[in-house]
Design a protein around this ligand. Structure first.
Ligand code: PGA
Ligand code: ZN
Length: 427
């Protein structure tokens, strides 16, 4: 039984304030979680409540903390912590707005996740096991998507494309994915250094993208995979997050780095050319969030050979996923709990995806913390994928390392490997 819910201000990986929530039960058991924060956000995702004003760049979270310590705490007191759906419904009833702008998505997500942590601790289970038991999915260690170069909104728009990542569906264990990723990451760094282009890292820990074109990043990534002793497209494949809403609107796309303007059809042709030239197994937000016709057309042309993920396009919203399934747009959805605002809504989105055989990729945000909830979520839901950012900086590594700890319990054979991509390119 929930006794107390209290929020405090803590600070995220970009140095911005964020919301941490402690949920304490009558028996003294406690659960804790921290809200992450995106930089390339979808317009239909839950809104973080920020104070505005002159201090801490207007990003203070006093009002979100008031939501937690006031109405949310009052509504949750006395509820059964094992009833995640009931607790989330109580939070939703308080807000009533689809985008959570009354209480703040940062307040609701930290609370909802803290309830889940408290429920697991109360049951004496690791969080991934609790999630598996709560949802009925068999647990397995996810296939990671790991960033090598960061771009877009995470690198001052130095290049237009946001994430240049690898996946290692050919690895035999999660542990092996880590080792191969280490080799590719540092091979990429060596190549950048040799070109005189090494300039630190972007927001999620990937190398800063000192490139003259977006495609140069792709070429360099292929070279890095080779330098690491791998054959591109064999065990190691490429995954891109185009994050096209950052540079596309109303059917027009502008690559600032190349001073290139395109319409939707030209954008699709350019990406199709990349799919032909590089071993790309997964692509996220290839068109902007308002380009339904473009996304449908892209999926029609390439959906049978590449995973097409909706992030800003679907904002972890079950209704939008069902609409997209009916229209034939995308074949996978990114699951970001703070886009939805509660655990229960995120699970509904996951179930909607699975109901039509879609992929589902649990994802961090570019602003992160030591919170490891998503490692457990990806594992507990089973058969999934996990996107966390790159392979440096502890707010990223803590998520990968948590999966390694889970591997000790679940066993190396619980790694899903290429299975999540089997329906698309990898098959
Ligand atoms: P964000 O980006 O967390 O900055 O919104 C992550 C993504 O686009 O996947
Ligand atoms: Zn994205």
């Amino acid at each position: 039984v929930i006794k107390n819910v209290s929020g405090r201000r803590v600070w995220d990986s970009r140095g911005h304030p964020t919301v941490e929530v402690d949920v304490t039960l009558e028996n003294g058991v406690m659960g804790r979680a921290i809200a992450p924060a995106g930089a390339s956000r979808g317009t239909r995702e839950a809104i973080d409540l920020r104070d505005g004003g002159p201090s801490v760049q207007g990003k203070n979270v006093r009002r979100a903390l008031e939501s937690v310590n006031g109405p949310i705490a009052a509504a949750l007191k006395g509820l059964d912590v094992q009833d995640q759906g009931g607790a989330d419904a109580a939070i939703l009833a308080l807000d009533g707005s689809p985008l959570k702008d009354k209480l703040g998505g940062n307040a609701t997500v930290a609370t909802s996740l803290a309830i889940m942590h408290a429920a697991a601790a109360d049951a004496g289970k690791p969080l991934w096991r609790h999630i598996s038991d709560m949802t009925g999915y068999a647990p397995s260690l996810p296939l990671p998507e790991i960033q090598i170069f960061g771009g877009g909104a995470h690198a001052g728009q130095r290049v237009d494309i946001q994430d240049f990542m690898i996946m290692v569906p050919g690895a035999s264990s999660f542990d092996e994915v880590m080792e191969i990723t280490n080799e590719v990451y540092f091979a990429a760094g060596d190549i950048m250094k040799a070109k005189g282009k090494l300039a630190g890292v972007a927001d999620e820990g990937g190398w800063w993208p000192m490139f003259d074109s977006n495609e140069e990043a792709l070429e360099t990534l292929v070279q890095a995979i080779e330098k690491a002793g791998e054959t591109p497209g064999d065990r190691v494949v490429i995954s891109l997050d185009i994050a096209a809403s950052e540079f596309g609107k109303d059917g027009r796309y502008r690559l600032a780095l190349e001073d290139r303007d395109m319409d939707s059809g030209e954008m699709i042709d350019m990406l199709g050319g990349w799919l032909d030239s590089y071993p790309i197994a997964s692509i996220e937000d290839p068109l902007s969030e308002d380009d339904v016709a473009g996304t449908v057309e892209f999926t029609r042309r390439f959906g049978d050979r590449v995973q097409i993920i909706g992030d800003d396009y679907l904002v972890t919203n079950a209704d939008l996923v069902r609409d997209a399934q009916a229209q034939g747009a995308c074949n996978a959805v990114l699951i970001k709990v703070n886009q939805a605002g509660t655990v229960s809504e995120s699970l509904e989105t996951f179930r909607a995806a699975r109901a039509k055989g879609w992929g589902a990729i649990v994802s961090a945000r570019s602003g992160e913390t030591e919170d490891v909830s998503i490692s457990h979520l990806a594992t507990g839901l089973g058969g999934g994928q996990l996107k966390v950012g790159s392979f440096t900086r502890s707010e990223r590594m803590v998520k990968w390392n948590e999966c390694l700890r889970i591997q000790d319990t679940l066993g190396v054979r619980s790694f899903v490997g290429g299975a999540p991509l089997a329906a698309t390119w990898w098959g």
